[in-house]
Design a protein around this ligand. Structure first.
Ligand code: ADP
Length: 449
């Protein structure tokens, strides 16, 4: 087992990883930018190294600085968390050159799945259904319009290096193609340094249902059932739950089998997520794979009562998986609490948290790195906490979530708590009747002062 793990990340996920390391008796090293000096991950780790100024490119994304921190502290493994360098194959390669274990898949596995087009190709070869679309990258506007016509509008154009909903545009008619094409390319270039674009059929009103998989170094791959992430705003997830209210036992068997096959065909090692779109007829299509821990992993952890970070560390240390495919017999749901104003188009609301009281009690979990008097820096993600509830049924879980949201007090900044409170009261949400288009027509109503 590792003696010391460096966590190449910040915020709640850095703290989450430190907690598991503590329980496993592994020492931890935090790295931080000057904007994160007061962050809890810095205080909770055994050692902390400042790696530069606020801009991610000069700190959390700087491979030389992170490797220097590894050298000074003598860490023997790196946990990348999610975001930043988590799906960067070149970084995983540098780690192995230095003899440092990257806690995650091998560089070759990241390459096969990190790039969305290559991933789709791999899945087609493995016999997993994929969203119909272009055969590789689109060369230019003319080529794109020809492909879009063949697939049939509406189509969605996507950045092959994309993530977080960036570099994506839905196009309903041929006349809007050129404009959207230009915008998507510019956005992709600016966000990912790669303006490779491909086209997919736009599946109307689908559900986003993903499967958690786990693979070890000996070729065994299992799945831990699904998470429904259909509640999204601008392609960004806000609520996730397991089981999906749309799921049937039969569909779970089929999708689970496809997810395991996807992992097996690249000998996947570590925890990963296979994302699918599911249409109203319950046809499912592979969309992409995330080769890392997900933000929403606690949903699965709560449903199956299992620590996924511990699983990652054990697999990286060469331990075999002992469990089998898992089918849920409880319900868990996560609300992402962001520092955004839901009454003002979700405008970011960084600043100082004046008071902070997080909900507690049976079946309630809060993963957060913030506290009263903490100042949220404007440079990073706006997520300040994840509220996860677990109960025997979906109905009980929603009631618990409502109770927990009512207990949650954050003063000094705006948060998405009022949004979640309204969502939990929504009849269609309560009935499990929603798709990824649900929030397009959702009304926040008036703010209560
Ligand atoms: P990212 O990696 O940027 O998160 P994804 O490929 O995971 O992008 O897609 C994010 C979301 O965009 C999906 O959950 C879904 O809501 C929507 N989406 C993506 N592709 C399609 C498609 N072909 N048809 C309909 N919706 C799509």
């Amino acid at each position: 087992m590792f003696e010391k793990i460096l966590i190449a990340n910040r915020g709640e996920i850095a703290l989450r990883i430190i907690r598991t390391c503590r329980e496993m008796g592994i020492k931890t090293v935090a790295v931080y930018s000057t904007a994160d000096r007061e962050s809890l991950h810095v205080r909770f780790a055994d050692e902390a190294v400042c790696i530069g100024p606020p801009a991610s490119a000069d700190s959390y994304l700087s491979v030389p600085k992170i490797m220097a921190a590894v050298e000074i502290t003598n860490a023997d493994a790196i946990h990348p968390g999610y975001g930043f360098l988590a799906e960067n194959a070149a970084f995983a390669e540098v780690c192995s050159q230095y003899g440092i274990k990257f806690i995650g898949p091998t560089p070759a596995q990241i390459r096969k799945m990190g790039d969305k087009i290559t991933a789709k190709d791999t899945m087609i070869k493995a016999g997993v259904p994929v969203v119909p679309g272009s055969d590789g990258l689109i060369k230019d506007v003319k080529h794109g319009m020809k492909v879009a016509k063949e697939i049939g509008y509406p189509v969605i154009i996507k950045a092959t290096a994309g993530g977080g909903g960036k570099g994506m545009r839905i196009i309903w008619e041929a006349k809007d193609f050129e404009n959207n094409w230009n915008n998507a390319r510019q956005e992709a270039k600016a966000s990912f340094g790669n303006d490779g674009i491909y086209i997919e059929k736009y599946i109307e009103e689908p559900r986003h249902i993903e499967f958690q998989i786990v693979g070890d170094q000996y070729g065994k791959v299992i799945h831990l059932s699904e998470r429904d992430c259909s509640i999204q705003r601008r392609h960004q997830k806000l609520v996730e739950e397991c089981p999906s209210p749309f799921m049937t036992d039969e569909l779970r068997l089929k999708m689970g089998e496809a997810a395991v096959k996807a992992g097996q065909c690249i000998n996947y090692e570590g925890v990963g997520t296979i994302e699918f779109l599911v249409d109203k007829y319950r046809n499912f299509y592979f969309m992409e794979m995330n080769t890392r821990i997900q933000v929403e992993h606690p949903v699965t952890e709560e449903v199956i009562d299992h620590d996924l970070i511990k699983e990652q560390i054990k697999i990286a240390a060469g331990e075999p998986i002992t469990g089998e495919n898992y089918f849920p017999n409880a319900h868990a749901m996560e609300c992402r609490i962001n520092a955004e104003d839901p009454f003002n188009n979700f405008r970011p609301s960084p600043g100082k948290i004046v008071s902070f009281h997080s909900p507690k009690g049976h079946g309630v979990r809060v993963d957060t790195h913030v506290y009263a008097s903490y100042t949220i820096p404007p440079y990073y993600d706006s997520m300040i906490a994840k509220l996860i509830c677990r109960a025997r049924t979906r109905e009980e879980c929603i009631k618990k979530m409502e109770r927990a949201l009512d207990e949650f007090v954050v003063e000094g900044i705006k948060t998405t708590i009022p949004f979640h409170q309204r969502l939990m009261r929504d009849e269609n949400f309560r009935a499990g009747n929603f798709t990824t288009a649900f929030l397009n027509t959702f009304e926040m109503g008036e703010e209560q002062k």
